[in-house]
Design a protein around this ligand. Structure first.
Ligand code: SF4
Length: 238
C-alpha cells in the first residue's frame, strides 16, 4: 500500500525487491539534452531558477521520513543537475536525524559519468547511480533522441555497475531488447527496465509492448538483478 507523504515523496513496499522504498522527486535546474529524448517528460519539471530549485528541494527534504530500505532520488533530469547545495542538504538531513536507509539509488546522463565516483563517496550509505543508457545499441539510442556513443558495455562498467533501460519504442525490436536484457542480466549488478507504453502513440511499438508484457518482462526478471517497471506510476507506488 502506497503512502503519499507529499506530491514529491512516495513510500511503498517494493514487492520485487522485498524492501521498503521511498522515492523523492528532486527538482533539477536543466536537462543537458534539452528535453530531446522522445520518451521523456521528466525534464518538464526542471526550472532554470537555481535559488528556487534549491529552496524547493530543501522543503521536500525536510519532509523525508525515516523509512529504512531504499531511498530513491528521482531528479527531473540528472542528479548532477540538481543544485549541489540540495545534495549537501540531504546528506546533512540524513546524518542529523540519524536516518538509516540501506541504500540510495539515483540516475544520471552518461555525460556526467566522471562525477559518479565522488557522488557515491558523499554518503555514509551504499549508493547506486544508474546511468541512463536506455539501450546498448548506439543507432537505436540515437533514434530515441539520446545521442551519445559508447564503445560497449564494458565502457559503461568503468563508471557504474547499474543502468536504466527503456523498452516499448518504435525504433526497438524484440531482438534488440533481448540483446539488451542479456547484457544487463549477465554483466550489471542492477538494472531498472522501464516499459514505455503511454504518451505519444507515434513513438510506441505496440507489438513490442505486448510482447514485453507477455514474455519479455519474465526473461528480464529471471536474471534476478533486473527490476522491471511496467509503468511510471509504479515508481510512485501505484
Ligand atoms: S531522459 Fe534525461 S537527458 Fe533525456 S530528456 Fe529526459 S531528463 Fe533530459
Amino acid at each position: 500500500m502506497e503512502t503519499i507523504l507529499t506530491d514529491r515523496i512516495f513510500s511503498f513496499f517494493d514487492k520485487d525487491l522485498k524492501i521498503q522504498r521511498t522515492n523523492l522527486l528532486l527538482k533539477a535546474t536543466s536537462c543537458l539534452n534539452g528535453g530531446h529524448c522522445v520518451f521523456c517528460d521528466y525534464y518538464k519539471d526542471t526550472d532554470l531558477d537555481y535559488i528556487y530549485c534549491k529552496e524547493f528541494n530543501s522543503q521536500i527534504i525536510d519532509k523525508l521520513p525515516n523509512n529504512n530500505g531504499i531511498l530513491g532520488l528521482a531528479p527531473s533530469a540528472s542528479i548532477f543537475e540538481v543544485p549541489f547545495e540540495s545534495l549537501i542538504y540531504l546528506k546533512n538531513h540524513l546524518i542529523l536525524n540519524d536516518f538509516v536507509y540501506s541504500e540510495i539509488q539515483t540516475e544520471t546522463h552518461w555525460e556526467y559519468r566522471n562525477l559518479i565516483y565522488n557522488f557515491k563517496n558523499m554518503f555514509n550509505t551504499p549508493v547506486k547511480v544508474k546511468i541512463g543508457i536506455e539501450t546498448f545499441n548506439d543507432n537505436i539510442r540515437s533514434r530515441m533522441g539520446k545521442n551519445f556513443k559508447i564503445e560497449n558495455y564494458k565502457h559503461v562498467l568503468r563508471y557504474s555497475d547499474s543502468v536504466n533501460m527503456i523498452v516499448g519504442l518504435y525504433c526497438q525490436t524484440k531482438e534488440s531488447v533481448i540483446d539488451d536484457i542479456t547484457i544487463c542480466g549477465e554483466n550489471f549488478k542492477y538494472t531498472d527496465y522501464n516499459l514505455i507504453e503511454s504518451g505519444n502513440e507515434k513513438i510506441l511499438n505496440k507489438e513490442l509492448i505486448d510482447w514485453f508484457k507477455d514474455e519479455g518482462q519474465y526473461i528480464a526478471r529471471g536474471y534476478g538483478n533486473i527490476k522491471v517497471w511496467l509503468n511510471c506510476n509504479e515508481y510512485l507506488g501505484d
